[in-house]
Design a protein around this ligand. Structure first.
Ligand code: ASP
Length: 419
């Protein structure tokens, strides 16, 4: 799910954090009510849906009607889940998946996806794919047309072309401009950006370290904003671009599906973390981390800090928890607490971790759970469709919002520098 991490934890959030980190948190109550927003929001973050039902990250909103209709028409559960992801993969304005996704540090878009088909218990996955937009379909093709489960990089790309997937430039002009903004904004340390001869070049200021962190961050924000203007980034995209530069965003779509024959499937697709090292794969293409489905039990998927989710095999952990009798909500909270445990309850570090799970049990019970509730006016939400399409607030282990990552000490400590 796409997001920009901006807000600091409130003091109230910090006090709740202590409860959550001790593993004794109960579902928060203040995010259960309707949240403001253009779309109707109802539900409690967990419930009992009636098949057919789809549970997805909030950015599945545009495609979930199509997925629901496919299930009503008797189409395959995995085809319906993939249709939800494909809608955003095809959308150049969604900068978290497919066409228009934000690129790696070299300015190249690399996509990851995986899927599991409950009825046949088959799985497919692709990682680090360039030039092919619909990687959820490509993961499904690996599942259907090879004896392998996972293909990566050039091999995955060549396989796609052999099957007739078109070769496309996935870097939109907007994503390219934002990448260039990121590249040039780093130029206190390298040769990108203005040279000394440019009249607009500003020498780094002395005494910057005496400023508060907030003041330094604001100066940095203004500097990047000016640069965004100079690079002709569209005014309505400048704030997004500046945030993306200061705090590399990530975003992903997951969708879990159950039809009225009790068949299940799941799919996850992403462009991963912006400005990543080429070849980096997060959790999204990892069967058992970004997505897991067991026809006997249920399906789960993840968005958020991929590295942390891989370390607890989040989606598999959740399905196994449900196999042992936990509700979707309990199963998801257990996974979140494993992440908390991996940091030895260190709240200073956990503030920089974002994690969300989308969970659907074979009997139609479902939940959306999150490590952080999000800000009060924009609580974390997920999408459900069981005949009624809705966004529901997620059940939060802790109140508050993850801090911007990275902690950004380098940007805080240096002066204005080259812009
Ligand atoms: N989990 C994805 C990754 O690490 C990103 C995201 O979900 O926002 O690549």
């Amino acid at each position: 799910m796409a997001f920009t991490r901006r807000d600091f934890l409130t003091s109230a959030a910090l006090s709740t954090l202590a409860v959550g980190l001790n593993g004794q948190s109960t579902p928060s109550t203040d995010i259960h009510g309707p949240a403001p927003g253009p779309q109707a929001t109802k539900g409690t973050g967990s419930g009992q849906g009636k098949p057919p039902i789809l549970v997805s990250s909030a950015n599945g909103w545009n495609g979930i009607d199509k997925g629901y209709q496919m299930l009503r028409d008797g189409k395959d559960t995995l085809d319906a889940a993939i249709a939800v992801g494909k809608t955003q993969e095809d959308d150049p304005n969604d900068m978290s998946v497919g066409l228009g996704g934000l690129p790696n540090e070299e300015g190249v878009v690399e996509l990851d996806s995986c899927c599991m088909h409950g009825p046949t218990r088959m799985a497919g996955s692709v990682g680090g794919v360039r030039n092919i937009k619909n990687v959820a379909l490509l993961a499904q093709a690996v599942m259907q047309h090879t004896g392998h489960v996972m293909l990566v990089g050039e091999g995955a790309e060549k396989f796609g072309y052999a099957l007739g997937f078109p070769k496309e430039n996935l870097l939109t002009e907007r994503a390219h401009q934002i990448w260039l903004l990121w590249k040039e904004s780093m130029s206190a340390e390298d040769w990108w950006g203005m040279g000394l001869d440019d009249p607009r070049y500003k020498l780094p200021e002395e005494g910057g370290s005496e400023r508060s962190a907030a003041e330094t961050r604001e100066i940095e924000r203004q500097r990047i904003l000016e640069l965004a203007e100079r690079l002709h980034i569209e005014p309505e995209w400048r704030e997004f671009a500046v945030n993306a530069v200061m705090y590399p965003p990530h975003g992903t779509i997951h969708c879990s599906v159950l039809n009225d024959k009790n068949e299940m499937s799941g799919m996850t697709t992403t462009s991963g973390l912006a400005w990543k090292i080429p070849g980096r794969c997060g959790d999204s293409p990892i069967i058992g981390a970004g997505n897991y489905c067991d026809q006997d039990v249920g399906s789960a998927g993840a968005t958020g800090s991929g590295e942390e989710n891989i370390r607890i095999a989040g989606a598999h952990t959740i399905v196994e928890n449900m196999r042992k009798g936990m509700s979707p909500h309990e199963a998801g909270f257990d996974a979140l607490k494993r992440i908390v445990r991996n940091f030895n309850n260190d709240s200073a570090k956990l503030q920089y971790v974002d994690m969300k799970y989308y969970i659907l049990r074979k009997d139609g019970a479902y939940a959306g759970v999150t490590l952080w509730s999000g800000p009060a006016d924009r609580p974390a939400r997920f999408c459900v469709h069981d005949g009624t399409k809705r966004l529901e607030p997620m059940i939060a282990l802790n109140q508050g919002q993850a801090l911007d990552y990275p902690p950004n000490s380098r940007r805080r400590s240096r002066g204005a520098g080259r812009s």
